[in-house]
Design a protein around this ligand. Structure first.
Ligand code: PDD
Length: 279
């Protein structure tokens, strides 16, 4: 596999990163995950704009966005992924410098890494739906930054797996925020609800696409947090993310959502999403 590191396309197993890289020492960086559908980098502008924003919030001077677009396209081409479903990963860190909490000297270049790989979507889960567990949201107050510091997310997702679920959904002050690596929404009386895109969630690109589809399809929606206690009254629920697209949630902890099968609004959105990624 050919990957990209600091200006070069080289085999991934030949890449060496300094042990003093601040991504390694401090999780001092940001990242993006982008899906490519037969060579079409879905919503790449939105992903790169979010990366620019994340880096800006972290005060990391990253490469120009246009350069990253060329890198993503170059990886698809060099790895012969133009005819398949693929995933691009891009990470930018504050670079390598002797370990000190304060920023390194201005001249320290950011580390820019990217790879591309073929990707097998979760077809079965997309069709049948998934179980999620709920956990307290122990993350910081800047979940809007797509930082590589993902330890609470990693621990939550692992706990979900160990309990036979696919995703963990976080609860903060009694409200559902989002999943460990997805956004969450639920349908009550034909209206879709999802947490507002503030500092307590990552403003997902899939979430944004889905809200656009709601408008197109005439599905009313509200960006308003869902109370954990009210979730049991939901008719449908789903998690959203770049690699998952739209996964129906049919069970939360030990109880069923609606009648325990993916609901009609979820299905309508899945079909519309499919059309958006193939057009
Ligand atoms: N995760 N919320 C969190 C905490 C996420 O990590 C992600 C994405 C999302 C969904 O965002 P988007 O629709 O832009 O993918 C929401 C990526 C895919 C990951 O960490 O692998």
């Amino acid at each position: 596999m050919i990957a990209y590191i600091n200006g070069k396309f080289i085999p991934k197993d030949r890449i060496a990163i300094s042990p003093e890289d601040r991504g390694f020492l401090f999780a001092d960086g940001a990242y993006e995950v982008i899906c490519s559908y037969n060579g079409n980098l879905f919503k790449i502008d939105e992903h790169l704009e979010r990366l620019r924003r994340s880096l800006g919030e972290l005060r990391i001077e990253g490469p120009p966005i246009n350069h990253l677009r060329t890198v993503a396209e170059g990886l698809i081409e060099r790895n012969e992924l133009s005819d398949v479903h693929a995933m691009i990963y891009i990470q930018v860190t504050r670079g390598a410098a002797p370990r000190k909490h304060i920023f390194p000297e201005k001249a320290t270049p950011a580390t820019v890494y990217a790879n591309a790989s073929a990707f097998q979507p979760l077809y079965k889960e997309r069709e049948n739906g998934i179980t999620v567990i709920t956990l307290p949201d122990i993350r910081w107050d800047r979940c809007d930054i797509k930082s590589v510091a993902l330890l609470p997310n990693v621990l939550a997702c692992q706990q979900a797996k160990e309990r036979g679920a696919v995703e963990a959904v976080f609860i903060r002050n009694g409200f559902i925020t989002e999943g460990s690596h997805t956004n969450f929404c639920a349908v009550f009386d034909d209206q879709l609800f999802t947490h507002p895109a503030n500092n307590h969630i990552l403003g997902g690109i899939t979430r944004q696409v889905v809200l656009g589809l709601c408008t197109q399809l005439g599905v009313p929606f509200k960006e308003s947090p869902i109370l954990e206690n009210e979730l049991k009254n939901a008719d449908e629920a789903m998690v959203l993310g770049t690699t998952y697209e739209i996964l129906p949630v049919v069970q939360v902890d030990d109880w069923q959502v609606g009648n325990g099968t993916p609901g009609p609004i979820t299905r309508e959105l899945q079909h519309a999403y499919r059309r958006a990624t193939t057009s």
